[in-house]
Design a protein around this ligand. Structure first.
Ligand code: MRU
Length: 364
């Protein structure tokens, strides 16, 4: 991603043994880099959503393990780091994938070798994520090209997306945004309807920011507008990300994704889900088995933004005594998903489709 002409990833190690991240709670108003010096800071950044998005959560956890091994490579420290990072957010499976991967590798090594191995592996996880996301972009591009081919020459392809599954949710490129960036770069006239994505407004604050930086035409809509736009033929396709996809093709993504999938099915608008392999949970065969994160009520009862004077502030939007529920994700059944876009190609959201692309995981 390019920010003010400078190329960035969302996370990177520093020569002094610290790790830098972009503070996503300050965007779009302020681009601020935060430095993590110890494992608990990495855990706190994930929990408080300074970093968020399934692949980036996994990458931050990998660096969190490296920070832990750097300060204390003992078995006890390894176990504490695993448990602390594991407890941060329950839904995105990349977190568990990255932590299991690190624990398996590190516990097989003598303590003196653990820090170097953890740093190297975290860098590898990041490089792999960038490559996976770019490949998702190349594969998803064909779907946007196909949508463009059905239109008159030069006519705009309208794409609706929910939450932020772009640069900021990954190490670079994004999942749902990668095909959009590729299509824009290839000269296809694209326009993105960005769902605001209440309660934390990842669409309004993060997707709009990065689409704008890349120059992709986009329009912010409230979460409830998608059905109306689809009813009027103003959406050619939807592309969203996923925090966990299970072996039968059910997907779990930011709350509100399911409603968009229902509207898309009603209006015969293709509904695509973009995902890298590490987002697939091969141990589950039913999306309803995925734990859904419940987040604080205050995210619903309050909003934050910038005052005309330029200060970032929170305001309450509900009566003081009104309780709020805040399930952060929902499950879209495979039957509502037109296809999955992965780094290995495009497949149906089904056991057969996923097993065809990932035969090493197919059950006998
Ligand atoms: O709660 P968040 O902001 O971490 O949720 C992120 C999403 O729902 C994304 O769509 C998902 O992680 C896919 S990211 C490539």
């Amino acid at each position: 991603m390019l920010v003010d002409g400078k190329s960035y990833r969302t996370i990177w190690p520093n020569a002094d043994g610290s790790v830098s991240i972009i503070d996503q709670t300050r965007l779009p108003h302020s681009f601020e880099v935060v430095t993590l010096h110890a494992m608990p800071e990495a855990a706190h950044a994930i929990k408080t959503m300074v970093v968020r998005g399934a692949p980036l959560i996994g990458a931050t956890a990998a660096y969190g393990m490296a920070l832990a091994m750097q300060s204390d490579p003992s078995d006890a420290s390894l176990a504490t780091a695993y448990d602390t990072l594991h407890a941060t957010r329950p839904t995105a499976v990349n977190l568990h994938w990255a932590l299991d991967d690190a624990r398996t590798r590190l516990s097989a090594l003598p303590p003196a070798e653990r820090a170097a191995s953890a740093w190297a592996r975290a860098a590898e996880v990041c490089d792999e994520d960038v490559a996976l996301c770019e490949a998702i972009g190349d594969n998803g591009l064909s779907l946007i090209q196909a949508a463009a081919a059905k239109k008159k020459p030069g006519e705009t392809v309208n794409i609706l997306t929910h939450c932020n599954a772009g640069w900021l949710a990954t190490v670079d490129w994004g999942t749902s945004h990668a095909p959009i960036f590729k299509a824009y770069d290839a000269g296809i006239p694209v326009h993105v309807w960005v769902d605001e994505t209440r309660p934390r407004n990842q669409g309004a604050s993060l997707s709009c920011w990065e689409l704008g930086r890349h120059g992709v035409p986009h329009t912010l809509v409230v979460d409830n507008a998608g059905g109306h736009l689809m009813q009027r033929g103003q959406v050619d396709l939807c592309i969203v990300g996923t925090d966990r996809t299970v072996a039968n093709g059910d997907v779990c993504n930011k709350i509100g994704t399911y409603l968009k999938a229902l509207a898309a099915a009603a209006h015969k608008v293709p509904f695509y889900v973009a995902l890298p392999g590490p987002t697939i949970d091969w141990t589950l065969n039913d999306g309803f088995a995925i734990p859904i994160e419940e987040r604080p009520e205050s995210e619903v009862t309050e909003m934050w933004g910038k005052t005309p004077e330029g200060a970032l502030t929170r305001v309450r939007i509900t009566p003081e005594t009104t309780p709020a529920a805040n399930p952060a994700f929902d499950v879209t059944p495979a039957a509502l998903v037109t296809a999955l876009i992965t780094e290995r190609g495009i497949c149906s959201a089904s056991t057969e489709g996923l097993a065809g692309l990932y035969p090493e995981h197919a059950s006998a």
